[in-house]
Design a protein around this ligand. Structure first.
Ligand SMILES: [Zn+2]
Length: 404
């Protein structure tokens, strides 16, 4: 046994597209995910069969002007679990389904609270409590949170204290009426993008620990949002779908392959109000990404899976014994330095790859319980050594939008 491989065999790198629910209409969402996730013919061409999950809002209190789809749909037509800031279900049943099937895995905060006057807000702690109770009741378990929008979105958190601008982030302040992380973290959110821009495409690890103002801890993660800064210190944002081709440049993809890195793209896949919501150069870039995936170079994974893999790969505990000429790898715990050490589960082990001189004579167990052979793969040398792995999740190309 020669140690853990960095990425699931045979991949050299791992990439997720983390898309914010801004201007998400059901029409755009369905078209985009039919194209990304299935292998059907779609209006944007043959589907790519990639594992890309999106984000969702529970509420919609935005009063920003302008249309959010080609037919002039106004902002109150944005996809939202509840109607407005009420407890009346609007798109909740559809969002439940997309969370269960894996087309959604990220809370883009509790809702779209962006207002024309950023000093105003409709967010209340009671809305957080209702949202989390509802998600729980429908078995909607979500581990990823991304901050959203302007300072009206006082439920944002994770960057309070970083600089003056972030003082609007009241979500983790126990003295604020907008405090909610005492509800959110116990519900199960583990990974937070805290409204921090970044011009770094590839990372050795996406994760960094955050201590919140209420003393709780959570994992922060990076997203690639800007190309860099202009001479006048302005951010060059590339997180709109019109910039997808700049994010997914061949140079960027090659660089994470060469350096064995992770990348998470911040995106707004629903940003365009066109009949075909993805632009032509974005579609071409996605096809190139799909090619890197099919060639075994970049594992494209939904954000929650990438982050869980990243965490486990860094802090998995195991020991090796010899039994009758077999090398037995006993996986025991995930020694998570933020949330504490816990027993390893099958979901933790997806993709975990151990180098070994003789895969045929190597076994993997959780403590002392052997994993079914159907869950394991034994791989030839990748240039360094042969390996044994717990298989990555099976591909799922089903069209979950077909449900009526
Ligand atoms: Zn947003």
């Amino acid at each position: 046994m020669l140690g853990l491989r960095k990425f699931p065999y045979p991949y050299q790198a791992m990439l997720a597209i983390s898309s914010d629910a801004d201007h998400e209409t059901l029409r755009k969402f369905n078209l985009i995910h039919q194209f990304l996730n299935t292998t059907k013919m779609t209006p944007m061409g043959r589907g790519l069969g990639l594992d890309v999950a999106d984000s969702f809002f529970m509420y919609n209190a935005s009063n920003l002007p302008g249309a959010i789809d080609y037919d002039g749909t106004p902002i109150h037509g944005e996809l939202s679990y509840f109607r407005g800031t009420s407890g009346e279900v609007l798109d909740g049943r559809i969002i439940d389904r997309y969370i269960h099937c894996g087309w959604m895995d990220t809370m883009h905060t509790y809702g779209d609270f962006s207002m024309r006057d950023p000093r105003q807000t409709m967010f209340r702690r009671t809305l957080a409590a209702q949202a989390l109770a509802t998600l729980r009741a429908h078995h909607d378990f979500v581990t990823v949170w991304t901050d959203h929008g302007n300072p009206s979105n006082v439920d944002n958190f994770g960057s309070y204290g970083v600089r003056r601008f972030f003082r609007y982030q009241q979500g983790a302040n126990p003295n604020s009426p907008y405090y909610h992380t005492d509800l959110l973290i116990p519900y199960g959110v583990r990974f937070v993008w805290s409204d921090q821009q970044s011009d770094v495409f590839g990372h050795d690890s996406m994760l960094y620990p955050i201590r919140l103002p209420d003393g709780r801890r959570v994992w922060g993660f990076w997203r690639y949002t800007i190309l860099g800064y202009t001479r006048h210190h302005r951010s060059e944002w590339v997180w709109s779908v019109d910039h997808l081709s700049q994010q997914l440049s061949l140079a960027n993809l090659r660089s994470i392959e060469r350096r064995h890195q992770y990348a998470i793209l911040a995106q707004h896949l629903c940003a365009d109000n066109e009949v075909r919501p993805l632009p032509e150069n974005g579609i071409s870039a996605l096809r190139m990404l799909a090619h890197e995936y099919r060639s075994g170079r970049i594992l494209v994974a939904r954000t929650s899976r990438l982050l869980t893999y990243n965490l486990v790969q860094r802090c998995l505990r195991y020991y090796v014994t010899q039994e009758n000429g077999l090398a037995v790898i006993h996986v025991t715990e995930v020694a998570d330095p933020v949330f504490g050490t816990r027993p390893a589960t099958l979901a933790d082990l997806r993709g975990v790859t151990f180098y070994t001189t003789d895969p045929a004579r190597t076994q993997i167990r959780i403590w002392n319980v052997p994993l079914a052979d159907s869950l394991l793969a034994r791989n030839p040398s990748d240039g360094y050594a042969p390996s044994i792995m717990v298989k990555w999740y099976p591909e799922d190309h089903r069209d979950y939008s077909g449900w009526t």
